[in-house]
Ligand binder design. Sequence first.
Ligand SMILES: [Zn+2]
Length: 51
Amino acid sequence: MAPYLTAVMATMLHLKRVCPKCRHAQVVAASRRRDTVACPICRTPVPPPKR
Ligand SMILES: [Zn+2]
């Protein structure tokens, strides 16, 4: 696989966030990847992954 495709996929995985309460998965904008975002379903704050 081309290296840039691997990088794109890794970025998308990091931007995907699962709500701890309702398990809804959402994709967070790259500009907000370090912010806590609210779940669109139950409005629970979803913190960024710890890495
Ligand atoms: Zn939720």
